[in-house]
Ligand binder design. Structure first.
Ligand SMILES: [Zn+2]
Length: 363
């Protein structure tokens, strides 16, 4: 307990010294409806910009677009990323690189604030890697490239745990962990939570014991029924933290639309595509280089070639730089809401599937 208190105090001190500013305001309680505004300068209204306006902003004032999430978590980048601000309710893990889109940062605040609404005396949670200010490859990770992935620590019982401690029945604070997970699912646009099956089982049983709807839990958790579209899924290595991926309705859609303009204006480099080419007899590296407009060296590098010899019939990878073909518009699915709220959690308002409106998750 004392170590948590000390950490909380340290965190507060850090918060107060942040750029000479006051402690950032606590995130307000999330609204009942799906919040569409996440960027400081108007948020969702940015989605109404015409392509002409968008190009003009890209040219004259890209910062006015707010955060853009471009590409995919496994191959992407961020424009106008924002840092996770200091806050007494979390501790940025040692060596963590914690920049993301404004929407992602806001979603972290909403989820953690919910835990504190339910349990006012909650110790801070560790937040690990999110991404680089401009996204892109982040060491230790395959994803975390487009500003939408966040590693959360667990809430542990007093005197146990720490950053990257393996979560167990003995050290996990199941009430707070379930409140966090429930808030991520019900109050944010979460896309995916990666979590070891052993911890899924602990949380599932705890949620059931609180009176959560079993049918809903079976759609939320993968381990129980193995549902392919479950939000919480097992991936090895997630017994020490949650890997949480958020949808960013604004940053993703605006990023998709602005990407060709950003490439055209030289603000971001064009993405590299790999084309598979089956070599016909007589074709040389020079042929391929001319045909695809890339250098001989680039082809050699992409295929690990030491010589210029190609073998007919073999498939070679050709790295092509080109503006991205426009992907489909980003559609964020309705939230997967439970039918009701167990009495144990009813101290605060939670959206449920029974509520009308855009946040109604009934499918
Ligand atoms: Zn992660």
């Amino acid at each position: 307990m004392t170590s948590f208190d000390a950490l909380a105090t340290l965190c507060l001190a850090l918060a107060q010294s942040w750029g000479g500013q006051a402690v950032p305001p606590l995130f307000p309680p999330p609204s009942m409806q799906s919040p569409a505004v996440a960027t400081p300068d108007g948020g969702s209204s940015l989605l109404e910009l015409t392509d002409e306006d968008l190009l003009e902003r890209v040219r004259s004032n890209p910062a006015s677009l707010g955060s853009l999430s471009i590409g995919t978590p496994g191959g992407g980048r961020v424009l106008n990323g924002v840092p996770l601000p200091p806050d007494p309710r979390w501790i940025i893990a040692p060596a963590a690189i914690s920049w993301g889109t404004a929407e992602t940062i806001e979603a972290i605040g909403v989820a953690v604030a919910t835990v504190h609404e339910l349990f006012p005396d909650t110790p801070p949670i560790f937040i690990g890697d999110i991404g680089h200010p401009g996204g892109g490859r982040l060491k230790r990770h395959q994803s975390h490239q487009s500003g939408r992935d966040v590693d959360f620590g667990f809430y542990h019982r007093p005197g146990t745990g720490g950053w990257y401690a393996v979560g167990t029945a003995g050290n996990l604070d199941l009430d707070r962990n379930w409140a966090l997970v429930r808030a991520l699912i019900v109050r944010t646009d979460v896309e995916r939570i990666l979590l070891d099956t052993r911890i899924q089982r602990l949380l599932y049983r705890h949620a059931l014991s609180l009176g959560e709807d079993k049918e809903w839990l079976d759609r939320v958790f993968q381990f129980s029924k193995g549902s392919r579209d479950a939000i919480i899924r097992h991936v090895r290595g997630h017994r020490t933290h949650y890997h949480v991926r958020f949808f960013n309705p604004i940053a993703q859609e605006l990023g998709r639309r602005a990407h060709p303009f950003l490439v055209q204006e030289g603000i971001v480099p064009p993405p590299v595509y790999t084309i598979a080419h089956v070599v016909r007899p007589g074709q040389t590296l020079g042929h391929l280089a001319r045909r695809y407009g890339v250098s001989v060296n680039a082809i050699k590098q992409a295929n690990g070639l030491r010589t210029t010899l190609l073998r007919a019939g073999r498939t070679y990878r050709i790295p092509v730089r080109t503006p991205a073909p426009p992907p489909d518009p980003v559609v964020v699915p309705a939230r997967l809401l439970p039918p009701d709220t167990p009495a144990a959690l009813s101290a605060i308002d939670w959206p449920t599937a029974a509520m009308p409106g855009p946040a109604g998750g009934a499918r």
